[in-house]
Design a protein around this ligand. Structure first.
Ligand SMILES: *[C@@H]1O[C@H](CO)[C@@H](O)[C@H](O)[C@H]1NC(C)=O
Ligand SMILES: *[C@@H]1O[C@H](CO)[C@@H](O)[C@H](O)[C@H]1NC(C)=O
Ligand SMILES: *[C@@H]1O[C@H](CO)[C@@H](O)[C@H](O)[C@H]1NC(C)=O
Ligand SMILES: *[C@@H]1O[C@H](CO)[C@@H](O)[C@H](O)[C@H]1NC(C)=O
Ligand SMILES: *[C@@H]1O[C@H](CO)[C@@H](O)[C@H](O)[C@H]1NC(C)=O
Ligand SMILES: *[C@@H]1O[C@H](CO)[C@@H](O)[C@H](O)[C@H]1NC(C)=O
Ligand SMILES: *[C@@H]1O[C@H](CO)[C@@H](O)[C@H](O)[C@H]1NC(C)=O
Ligand SMILES: *[C@@H]1O[C@H](CO)[C@@H](O)[C@H](O)[C@H]1NC(C)=O
Ligand SMILES: [Cu+2]
Length: 597
């Protein structure tokens, strides 16, 4: 009741742009469904996957009550939301809150002040978001944010006005990978048989899609480059099965076992095609469309391309960028991109393609962009135009002429959004490594985050914070922190995500380790390896196999913050650290209701 009055009062008090409280109920339930044609248990948020959109205007408060009607414990993390001043609302079990047990509920209250753009929410317990506990968050930017739309439209005022209008309600374009087994079942097989569950039934787009079974030759042609990478790195010759999954049995020492995440060990089932619904976007005569692209997958990144259309990338992870006009967009796991697409064709139907970008699987999912009138029963197949830019492996047909999005040069449009220059107060080194077939680490020591931590007293208020993956360098508010991250794995890319902050990617390379003890040391020797001038500003970034990156951020948010790989199978087998930030100053603020939950 007080909640409601507060909402109404704040609406009445100031006429425009008044911050309000946006209330949401997220009801988590289990069901049995076949989104791409194969029945399995699925988890749903308010009866759907992905869950409903949580939206707000910049500065609003979000109050989301989560009802856990599942049979497993749960927490919800609002990915990319800084939780400034409310680290106990971050949804990290064992770090910031107790799990929400079956039958219980929890209220996530937090401000969106200082943040705008595209985010998402997802389960942070186990790998449960891969079973369907995930959905979008969108924060409309305040009026005073500088927008890059004139660059996109070449100064055409009416087109700029259209983009400005579309910005209030972008079209969802969410990709996620989907497995035949539940995430728990997959995990238990992984541990029992010592196998890497890197094989899926393919992607879903906005929760829809179908399984297609490309001809062997098509998979082989699209996957040739990957086989070479794999062979160079491991010395093992391999091939793809009919689902496009890389046969990893040779290195794992389990000859004959394949599709291990999907089938009973010892059996590989050939691909079975399904004919389920695909997502269709109707142009309806509009000149432009704006999409919020979010990779909500549990394992795989992807390449996005729209046949016959350029994509203008205008926003990445909560910041407008210097726009790039591209034919292909690499969509990192966990990352968000807003794209503007000029829908300037007279008619026709075009494929929107997401191709898996990982060595482990060659697979593609399609949605349609249709210039035809919406029909009650859309056709099972469209006859699409031949203007295809990428194959099912995401290889561009003509890389010379077809521009791909360049993350490295995606600097914020707001030129003031720059990293602090001088030396950092803290430099923390991480090594990304596979410590066994079924464990992964971020720590130089190879230490694994224990999965039991999820059930332990959260570090935010625990008496003993000294876990092997706790990083405590005495960070105080206002300090500058550098994370040097070397990925020593020869094949596996790790999309690293930091809670509580956005950071600048001040150095990155796909080739070689950073090789310096600090940013200062690098600058002193060879400043061409560094970008402190206009680096990308992100909350997640994929680190190439055998490559490195350096993230710089300002410690402005006291708490206990996870720094982890977003590939679920890596996260839950150890690949996370928790960086402590001025805990002493925030501990007195933690609500008793959260501690005594
Ligand atoms: C959550 O926010 C609402 C609305 O501001 C407020 O009424 C409620 O007391 C808050 N609950 C908690 C647990 O902070
Ligand atoms: C959640 O959904 C279930 C199944 O539809 C329903 O029985 C239950 O009442 C709902 N709970 C809430 C809090 O909405
Ligand atoms: C400017 O944009 C509008 C809206 O998309 C379009 O109708 C018009 O043709 C454009 N003008 C020019 C000169 O391109
Ligand atoms: C694999 O190794 C060969 C021989 O060193 C090299 O020519 C080739 O470029 C490598 N391929 C890839 C994809 O790295
Ligand atoms: C396609 O590849 C699979 C797996 O390697 C093999 O079993 C099958 O015989 C191949 N089919 C054709 C038509 O070549
Ligand atoms: C086009 O029209 C359909 C049916 O009215 C509607 O569902 C869809 O949202 C519209 N698309 C756009 C881009 O406005
Ligand atoms: C991407 O941008 C960076 C920084 O501007 C540049 O050094 C690099 O060559 C670009 N990569 C490609 C493939 O164009
Ligand atoms: C310093 O830079 C030079 C030239 O770029 C390079 O050859 C050398 O390896 C660097 N030294 C260190 C210690 O990394
Ligand atoms: Cu990883």
């Amino acid at each position: 009741m007080t909640k409601y009055i507060a909402t109404v009062l704040s609406l009445l008090a100031v006429p425009a742009y008044a911050a309000v409280v946006r209330e949401y109920s997220l009801n988590l339930t289990a069901s049995y469904d076949a989104p791409n044609g194969f029945y399995r248990e699925v988890f749903l948020v308010n009866g759907q996957q992905p869950g409903p959109l949580i939206e707000a205007d910049e500065g609003d408060t979000i109050s989301a009550t989560v009802y856990n009607n599942l049979e497993v414990p749960m927490t919800i993390h609002f990915h990319g939301i800084h939780q400034l001043g409310t680290p106990w609302m971050d949804g990290a079990p064992g770090v910031s809150q107790w799990p929400i047990f079956p039958g219980e509920s929890f209220v996530y209250n937090f401000t969106t002040a200082g943040q705008y753009g595209s985010y998402w929410y997802h389960a942070h317990m186990r790998s449960y978001y891969q079973d369907g506990i995930r959905g979008p968050v969108y924060i409309r930017p305040s009026a005073d944010r500088p927008r890059p739309y004139d660059v996109v439209t070449g100064g055409n005022e009416s087109a700029t006005a259209i983009l400005r209008e579309l910005e209030s309600n972008p079209t969802p374009l969410y990709v996620m990978d989907w497995t035949k087994l539940t995430s728990d079942a997959t995990y238990y097989k992984e541990i029992k048989y010592g196998l890497d569950p890197a094989c899926t039934l393919g992607f879903l787009i906005n929760g829809k899609g179908r399984v297609t079974c490309p001809a062997n030759g098509t998979i082989a042609a699209a996957g040739a480059g990957r086989l070479e990478i794999f062979q160079n790195a491991t010395g093992v010759q391999s091939s793809f099965d009919s689902l496009g999954c890389l046969d990893i049995s040779a290195i794992n020492g389990y000859p004959g076992i394949n599709n291990v995440a999907l089938e009973a060990p010892g059996f590989s089932t050939p691909c079975q095609a399904s004919n389920t619904e695909r997502e269709i976007f109707y142009v309806n005569g509009s000149d432009w469309m704006m999409f919020n692209v979010i990779n909500m997958a549990g394992a795989f990144a992807s390449y996005l391309s729209i046949d016959g259309h350029d994509m203008w990338v205008v926003q990445v992870e909560g910041a407008f960028i210097q726009p790039q006009k591209v034919k292909q967009l690499y969509v990192a796991l966990g990352s968000r991109y807003t794209i503007a697409v000029q829908t300037g064709r007279d008619n026709g139907d075009f494929s929107i393609r997401f191709a898996c970008s990982e060595v482990a699987q060659v697979t593609e999912q399609i949605a349609w962009l249709s210039y035809n009138a919406p029909t009650a029963t859309p056709p099972q197949e469209y006859s699409v135009t031949p203007e295809v830019y990428q194959d099912i492996g995401g290889n561009l047909y003509d890389p010379e002429s077809m521009q791909a999005f360049n993350d490295t040069s995606a600097a914020p449009y707001d030129e003031e959004l720059k990293p602090p220059q001088g030396p950092a107060q803290h430099t923390i080194h991480f090594t990304l490594t596979r410590t066994s077939v079924v464990s992964f680490s971020v720590m130089d020591s190879g230490a694994l985050m224990s999965s039991e931590m999820e059930l332990m007293t959260p570090l935010l208020w625990a008496d003993d914070v000294s876990q092997p993956t706790t990083v405590d360098t005495g960070i105080k508010i206002g300090d500058v922190v550098d994370l040097i991250i070397d990925n020593i794995d020869p094949v596996i890319l790790h999309p690293m995500h930091l809670h509580g902050h956005s950071f600048w990617v001040v150095s990155e390379s796909n080739y070689g380790m950073f090789g310096y003890s600090s940013v200062e040391a690098a600058l002193a020797n060879d400043s061409s390896t560094m970008n402190l001038n206009n680096p990308p500003y992100r909350d997640g970034y994929a680190i190439a196999p055998g490559g490195h990156a350096v993230f710089r951020y300002i410690a402005d948010n006291a708490g206990a913050w996870m720094f982890h790989c977003h590939i679920n199978n890596h996260l839950i087998t150890g690949m996370s650290a928790v960086i402590l930030e001025d805990l002493a100053s925030i501990r007195p603020m933690i609500p008793a209701s959260v501690i005594n939950y």
